[in-house]
Design a protein around this ligand. Structure first.
Ligand SMILES: [Zn+2]
Length: 438
């Protein structure tokens, strides 16, 4: 029997040639890139690990203000780089430094080369070259707030229902009324405003294929059923302040707590899923690790979603990020529910070794049409390089384990790689992209 390493060497070049549908990116538009070029501080998830490593408030501020004071940001990054270059995030950045910028080691001198490369790297129309030629990415599902134009390579998931769900004060309600050009005085009117707003975006923006729910950043993703009456009682709390208030008032807006507003939030989330059902959109869910630091990981457990995905069984739910660290729960969601799909976006660099071990395991109990193999989850097109190379490594390593044990033959392993990298997201999102002839 061939060793795992020998099989890996055989599979990896083949997997490297396969076309990819990138299921999740936050790619900044070309215009924005040209008008406000990023600095090295925006590469990958550098900031998260820097804070985890113990950067002080002042140091993380320096990173936030990198555009105004690049030298201060540069000092902070180089100070922490030795201890963060070894994580999955750090290694994907190193891979990008080598593969895109020809930089072997990040130090004072190469930092300046990197800054120049990032500043001058993107020109009008260059994304086609980056995605198609360099990465062999044939379509991208974007998650961006802005109204920027993107080429037909890009499809969209809309995260705009979040504005309604997280509205917790009169001030924000007034913002919503402005945004939606409507008058909102009850939970039902709030639902209607959300509905027509999403409807307008779905029509106006090209290539909308999904709604995105990222509430795991703000609250638990357990969304209990509620009634319109319960939602209305919570809605009324937005008006329960002692003093009348309007946008120009000097009286500060009172923010209601999650406990006070849960019924309204849950009602609106259910309504957003119903919207997805009616408009035949996929519903993407953030599960598992939240970017940043100090967030509450238990809010993001994939099994919190059992009620929702079983009630709305006609909606295709895509659960993100390997549900890390709840990988087994996440896998079982894909096994138990025909309408639940599992997206490995971001997972490959959160922990490459967990991804290899778990993909080996998931393939034992999850049918191979349920897994999406790659989503970069990145703002800068350059950062995708390191992430995608690591994803191809991880997929080849997991499949090499299967082949070397005799679970799969090589042809089966390669067909699974093709499916998870291209066919599954293409089919589930209904993109209709023709696979290039190989
Ligand atoms: Zn994301």
């Amino acid at each position: 029997m061939a060793s795992t390493e020998t099989v890996f060497e055989r599979l990896r070049p083949e997997i490297g040639q396969m076309p990819v549908i990138d299921s999740h990116e936050h790619t900044r538009s070309e215009r924005e890139r040209i008008e406000t070029p990023p600095g090295p501080d925006q590469l990958g998830y550098l900031g998260c690990d820097l804070c985890a490593a113990g950067a002080s408030w002042r140091e993380s501020e320096a990173l936030e203000n990198a555009a105004d004071d690049p030298v201060a940001a540069h000092d902070v990054i180089l100070k922490y780089w030795p201890v963060i270059r070894t994580t999955g995030y750090g290694r994907s950045i190193e891979r990008t430094l080598r593969g895109v910028f020809g930089i072997e080691r990040l130090d004072r001198q190469s930092y300046d080369e990197l800054a120049t490369g990032l500043r001058d790297g993107i020109t009008g129309g260059s994304y086609e070259h980056w995605f198609r030629d360099k990465y062999n990415i044939r379509a991208v599902v974007l998650d961006v707030d802005g109204d920027e134009d993107y080429s037909p390579l890009f499809f969209r998931g809309l995260r705009h229902a979040t504005f309604f769900v997280l509205c917790d004060s009169r001030h924000e309600l007034e913002e919503l009324e402005r945004r939606t050009d409507s008058s909102i005085h009850s939970a039902a009117q709030m639902r209607d405003a959300m509905w027509s707003y999403l409807e307008r975006l779905t029509k106006e923006k090209p290539g909308v294929v999904a709604l995105k729910n990222n509430l795991a950043y703000n609250r638990s993703i357990a969304f209990e059923r509620t009634t319109l009456a319960g939602a209305d009682r919570a809605f009324n709390l937005l008006f329960a302040d002692k003093y009348a208030r309007h946008a120009q008032s000097w009286i500060p807006s009172h923010h209601r707590s999650y406990d006070e507003l849960a019924a309204l939030q849950n009602f609106l989330v259910h309504e957003s899923v119903r919207f997805a059902e009616e408009h035949k959109l996929v519903y993407q869910f953030h599960t598992g690790l939240q970017a940043g630091y100090t967030n509450r990981i238990t809010d993001s457990r994939p099994t919190h979603l059992i009620n929702l995905v079983s009630e709305y069984h006609k909606v295709k739910f895509v659960l993100f990020h390997g549900g890390f660290p709840y990988g087994r729960e996440w896998g079982v969601m894909g096994k138990n529910f025909p309408n639940v799909y599992l997206d490995l976006c971001w997972m490959h660099i959160i922990s490459p070794s967990t991804t290899v071990r778990m993909l080996d395991e998931w393939l034992d109990y999850v049918p191979s049409n349920k897994i999406f193999g790659f989503g970069g989850d990145l703002k800068l097109v350059e950062s995708i390089y390191g992430h995608l190379e690591m994803a191809r490594d991880n997929i080849a390593r997991a499949l090499a384990r299967k082949v070397s044990r005799g679970d799969y033959d090589t042809a089966t392993a390669l067909s699974i790689a093709r499916r998870i990298l291209f066919d599954n997201p293409n089919d589930v999102f209904g993109l209709g992209i023709e696979a290039p002839l190989s």
